[in-house]
Write a protein that binds this ligand. Structure first.
Ligand SMILES: [Zn+2]
Length: 149
């Protein structure tokens, strides 16, 4: 028996969410998008490093990272572009790259996300660009998702 999903038949969605491929975070990210941001329909591409791929991208439609944003914008009419980086990201050398200094890592990723937002806002001036950072909270044993302004 194949597994059957219901679908609404629509061909537009509210947002595109670009995150890293890392398996540790996607379920928390999906919950956050649905429960905190109240977005139920979104494209969900993932590339190692997320913001890094945007910042390294060249401004042409053949670029893989930009196409992850551009296709949802053009074909699915998304109004919100959400970029999510996370702590201990292998694409950035993991937490060892920051000598396990959580604040330094957060500051670095904040700058990465801000740079990605500037780039995407220039390309899509009528879209809302939201940047988030996911980190471990060792005391509470939780995964926390911070909005980076
Ligand atoms: Zn990663």
């Amino acid at each position: 028996m194949p597994y059957h999903f219901k679908h609404a038949g629509q061909h537009s969605c509210e947002a595109v969410v670009l995150s890293c491929i890392d398996f540790r975070f996607w379920s928390a990210i999906v919950e956050h998008i649905q429960n905190e941001l109240k977005i139920t329909d979104f494209d969900f591409p993932s590339l190692p490093g997320a913001a890094k791929t945007i910042n390294n991208s060249h401004n042409d439609s053949a670029d893989l990272a930009l196409s992850c944003i551009d296709v949802p914008v053009r074909l699915h009419g998304v109004q919100k572009i959400i970029i999510i980086n996370h702590a201990d990201c292998g694409a950035y050398g993991g937490r060892a790259h920051f000598n396990h200094d959580q604040l330094a890592e957060l500051a670095f990723h904040s700058a990465e996300l801000q740079a990605a937002r500037v780039k995407l806002s220039a390309k899509y001036p009528d879209k809302e660009v939201i940047t988030l950072f996911v980190q471990f909270n060792p005391e509470a044993e939780t995964i926390d998702i911070l909005t980076i302004n």
